[in-house]
Design a protein around this ligand. Sequence first.
Ligand SMILES: Nc1ncnc2c1ncn2[C@@H]1O[C@H](COP(=O)(O)OP(=O)(O)OP(=O)(O)O)[C@@H](O)[C@H]1O
Length: 238
Amino acid sequence: MTAALRLSGVTVERGGQPVVEALDLSVPQGSWFGVIGANGSGKTSLLRALAGRLPFAGGSCRIEDQELAADRAARAARFGFAPPGDTLPDALRVRDVLECVGGTMEEVRARTGSVYAALGLGALLDCWIGDCSAGMRQRVAIAAAFAGGHRLVILDEPFNWLDPVAVFDLRRALRQQVEDGLTLITALHDLGTLAAACDTGLMLAGGKIAMTLSHDMLRAAGADPHAFEQRMIEILRS
Ligand SMILES: Nc1ncnc2c1ncn2[C@@H]1O[C@H](COP(=O)(O)OP(=O)(O)OP(=O)(O)O)[C@@H](O)[C@H]1O
């Protein structure tokens, strides 16, 4: 299967210290890659570096066969990326934010596809961001990642703050988009989503790969999510 993304020996630093070290990974095109790990294990740092929001301190980053480790702007252009919801500007309405990223609302609706309905965006368009709850902001941030029409999307813990119906609907919509060719990379704390929806992934610990999650392992996890959860919790505790 063709790789959408291939990392080799990448390092990311925060405050001059390595927080992701010598990491290798490969993400097949048209698949969902899940990154799990304890708080502070390096998930956000890795995803922000991939999306060009942080530099790589070393290593190779090939996106659709182009070497982009040294080019943050090119990486930022290749990925749809959800900003943290609390950084959205209070003084704009939801429709203003989405139109800034994706053009007219007709274009935004077409690009976000099933994600638009899953997030219930129609009811939010005229809300001021400053009046939005944390879950409403999260919905807008996720929609912004899709509004640019990217084939590669990175979402950092997308299910945080969402109510159970939105979690259910969004997970299904994301899976459908992956079936239709999207390459999706998400950090997750939710082992149920990892088991039910991701194709491959990895567990980070202290900025290094503690475990590679193969396609076969995650298919088995989907068949027996309870056993998978128990095993992952044991490893995360150790
Ligand atoms: N702005 C920063 N300056 C310096 N160090 C930072 C900064 N942000 C994060 N770190 C450090 O980088 C390491 C990795 O943090 P990161 O946010 O990538 O972890 P994470 O796995 O996403 O955690 P969480 O699950 O809590 O979101 C941690 O040791 C953290 O203290």
